[in-house]
Design a protein around this ligand. Structure first.
Ligand code: URA
Length: 445
């Protein structure tokens, strides 16, 4: 078999055999096929697509390129559930969902006469790339917090606290790590089969049995159109079935940043406030309704998949009650301590409003109503501020970001503050501010 023939067959619109896909992926990981040939193949896949069978074969080949975490001993009894988002701006729900589902699993385990198996949330996440924020970067803004966990530490964390948050280890789906960085610089990220194989190969390798997918569409997402997000959701569900991974997908708009903050530490603060101050009756002032809705929709579906609730409505009710007990907040603090951070230090930083010293306020230029704050443009500006990275090697600034005082639907008077903006330095503020101003659409009231 020759790589060039496989590239040519895909370029000309033929369906690749499973053997061809296996050969291509294993020789790429072994360093026998160079990046330039894989780039050409990825572009051919981008334009020609893949059948469901090819997507399944690609996902399996990428999964078997590395190690699969096995659930041994007592843990094998448990239900392993995870959630993954296709990425967005201000998308911080993972930080709330993992402790929430772990706490709900524990409460149901203790309260039911015939409880389901213990529920574990082994959440394996990624870093910011492009305009998409990264869960690992957010968590690492907590001083001392480590996301590089050994297999032993993963099981210890799950056993002690029901959840862990970590990054992909070197031996989990190495084909994805290589391919993802190549796709990022060859304009081949937005391909349904490539995204499907990338996400599911990692999730199957981490040992999850159930996965809730938050599939985003809109200006701040990979999929700009809802129809494409629907096709991606279907591909994820169908391919999950091939792997024995039960996937349930929820579609969410990413036209406006989610919640009140964009930025690593700023988003941790928002999650702490959500977990600590949740009230079922009405929304407390520190919880944005859009974040509340998306989080609870995903949490309810996770509860159903994990066997903790009969349907989404019951799942939502149970999750809200669980949040009110404060148990998920305590789990978050325990997780911080287990993964090397200091909860008291974290809470003190929140109290003292830890912020970058390079600050500006973006004010309304005229009276009216805000009809849109474009997530794509905010995402772009946030990378300039130092929230995200342009290249994999770039470092991020923990305290850079944006706090929204107004969101779409808000009425403003000229001079009202719409956003507080924090940058890694003065120069980047000057780059980001015009972009942020341009992201706001007004209409006269
Ligand atoms: N997230 C992933 O892990 N991979 C993709 O290709 C896109 C989003």
């Amino acid at each position: 078999m020759r790589a060039v023939d496989i590239i040519q067959r895909k370029r000309d619109g033929f369906e690749l055999d499973t053997e061809e896909i296996k050969f291509f992926i294993s020789d790429y990981v072994a360093g026998k096929i160079p990046d330039y040939q894989v780039s050409a193949w990825a572009m051919a896949v981008f334009f020609r697509g893949m059948t469901a069978r090819e997507t399944g074969a690609l996902t399996e080949a990428m999964l078997h390129s590395g190690k699969r975490i096995s659930r041994g001993g007592a843990e094998a009894r448990g239900i392993y559930i995870d959630k993954h988002s296709t990425g967005g701006v201000g998308d911080k729900t993972s930080l709330i969902l993992a402790p929430l589902i772990a706490a709900l699993g524990e409460q149901r385990w203790l309260s039911l006469s015939k409880p389901p198996a213990p529920v574990y949330v082994p959440m394996m996440s990624g870093r910011a790339l492009g305009i998409t924020g990264g869960t690992l970067d957010k968590l690492e803004s907590i001083a001392g917090y480590s996301t590089a966990l050994s297999e032993e530490a993963i099981f210890e964390g799950l056993e002690k606290n029901g959840y862990i948050m970590c990054g992909q280890t070197a031996d989990i789906a190495p084909a994805d790590r290589l391919l993802y960085s190549l796709r990022d610089v060859t304009a081949t990220v937005e391909s349904i089969p490539l995204i499907t194989a990338s996400i599911l190969s990692k999730k199957a390798a981490e040992g999850a049995q159930f996965l809730v997918m938050d599939v985003k569409y809109g200006s701040g997402a990979f999929m700009k159109k809802q129809a494409d997000a629907e096709a991606l959701a279907k591909s994820l569900v169908d391919t999950g079935e091939v792997l024995g991974l039960k996937v349930s997908a929820i579609l969410n708009s990413m036209d406006e940043p989610l919640g009140r903050a964009v930025g690593n530490w700023l988003e941790v603060e928002e999650c702490l406030d959500f977990l600590e101050n949740y009230k079922t009756a009405g929304t407390s002032s520190c919880i944005e309704p859009d974040l509340q809705k998306v989080t609870l929709d995903l949490a309810a579906r996770m509860a159903v998949l994990a066997g903790l609730a009969a349907d989404d409505a019951e799942g939502r009710e149970l999750c809200e009650k669980c949040l009110e007990t404060g148990a998920p907040f305590k789990k978050f603090l325990t997780n911080v301590a287990l993964q090397g951070g200091n909860p008291d230090d974290m809470l003190a930083r929140r109290q003292n409003k830890w912020r970058s010293p390079y600050k500006a306020e973006l004010k309304a230029e005229r009276a009216g109503q805000i009809v849109r704050i474009d997530a794509g443009k905010v995402g772009h500006a946030s990378v300039a501020l130092g929230v995200g990275r342009n290249r994999k090697e770039d470092s991020v600034c923990p305290t850079a970001g944006i706090i929204f005082h107004k969101k779409s639907g808000s009425s403003v008077q000229a001079g009202d503050t719409i956003m507080e903006v924090y940058g890694k330095d003065e120069a980047c503020l000057q780059i980001a501010l015009p972009e942020l101003r341009d992201a706001i659409e007004y209409k006269a009231e």
